[in-house]
Design a protein around this ligand. Structure first.
Ligand SMILES: [Zn+2]
Length: 367
């Protein structure tokens, strides 16, 4: 079962992600929300989420790489190409300090510069290796590490080893199922070669949204061939903080193996994406405003409270480049503020868990 996917039909995720924190996309959809599930919180409760103890909450961080992926994705975007290790360590410190869990992307062929299990053009080998070490030692224990297809940019040609003149979202729409299985298998294999066993995948932009059945089955087949896991999952659906939230759902089941492929959505946009705004003070104000929209200062309102009360997955999303904010770390400062507020307001009423754990719990509840 699925809810509507309004935003993706109208804006591509390439645009959507940029607008997610700004309220531009959200404004376009507020009209569609009138009178829906989301009238204010009063009286809306889902007893089952209370009975089962703390409400699970997950943080998704997309686009992770030893480089800022927007350096090549957006021509003219001003940012350091290499993300310094001090920054990556500060992110890991934040995850540990606040007990955060969720999913972190590790792009196997970031910006088409090469393979992270071999070498990347313009990235010194010691920089790559130290980045991977921080991911393995400090982030993987708390976050599922998934690929986001192979490049998060141009599609990779498995036969010629060259990058094609189409992006991966266009590629998957027209690709043969066998080719998709091979493509995903390579992504999982590259991560395995650097010591990461990925239990799911992330869509770059909204790749696969128009061919979701084919996508989910190919993911299931690739995961089964390598890992034989009964449950795997993908992140594709993303709702902003005033759009209708998405539920989790099983998109594909293999009757022979019993394998389930679960869609795990995010239900709050990236409030730390401020890079379209040049003024630093305005950026900080945008972030503060975003935090208030997710959890009000008194904790009585906000998207997270809404999701908890209505029983939708409490999953929030941000991006590696938003936390980095062109080398300033403004987004990470925001994540620290948000984490402090979430933990101080909800305390033991919430439980930070990984997306794979969410998917497994959901799949077992379906049986
Ligand atoms: Zn992405």
């Amino acid at each position: 079962m699925k809810t509507i996917r309004p935003l993706s039909r109208i804006l591509s995720r390439r645009q959507m992600i940029r607008y997610a924190g700004s309220g531009i996309a959200a404004g376009a959809f507020s009209a569609s929300l009138g009178g829906s599930v989301f009238s204010p919180l009063a009286g809306v409760t889902r007893p089952e989420s209370r009975i089962r103890g703390p409400v699970p909450i997950s943080l998704i961080i997309d686009d992770g790489a030893p480089v800022d992926p927007l350096f090549y994705e957006l021509p003219g975007y001003e940012t350091p190409l290499l993300v310094p290790h001090e920054f990556t360590r500060r992110v890991a410190d934040t995850f540990e300090k606040y007990g955060l869990r969720g999913k972190f992307t590790l792009i196997p062929m970031p910006s088409c510069l090469g393979r992270i299990d071999k070498s990347l053009k313009r990235v010194p080998q010691d920089h790559l290796q130290e980045f991977l070490k921080i991911i393995r030692d400090r982030i993987a224990p708390r976050f599922d590490i998934t690929p986001e297809y192979l490049t998060h940019l141009n599609a990779y040609d498995l036969k010629t080893g060259k990058f094609r003149h189409i992006y991966e979202d266009v590629w998957i729409t027209q690709a043969d199922p066998d080719e998709i299985v091979e493509y995903f298998t390579l992504a999982f294999q590259i991560l395995r070669n650097v010591g990461i066993e990925a239990n799911g995948i992330t869509s770059p932009w909204v790749s696969g949204i128009d061919v979701e059945k084919k996508y989910a089955k190919a993911l299931g087949d690739a995961q089964w061939a390598l890992f034989k896991r009964p449950v795997t999952w993908y992140f594709l659906n993303a709702a902003s903080d005033n759009e209708n939230p998405y539920p989790m759902y099983v998109e594909y089941q293999n009757a022979e193996t019993g394998q389930s492929v679960v869609s795990v959505p995010s239900n709050a946009g990236d409030i730390f994406w401020t890079m379209d705004e040049p003024d630093t003070d305005k950026r900080k104000a945008m972030i503060k405003d975003g935090i208030d929209r997710l959890v009000s200062r008194d904790g009585k309102t906000g998207r997270i409270r809404q999701l908890i009360e209505t029983g939708f997955p409490v999953v929030i999303v941000t991006h590696w480049q938003s936390l980095f904010t062109q080398g300033t770390g403004l987004g990470l400062d925001g994540l620290i503020m948000l984490s402090e507020r979430i933990n101080s307001i909800f305390g033991s009423g919430i439980e930070w868990i990984s997306c794979y754990e969410l998917a497994k719990r959901f799949a077992s509840g379906q049986k």
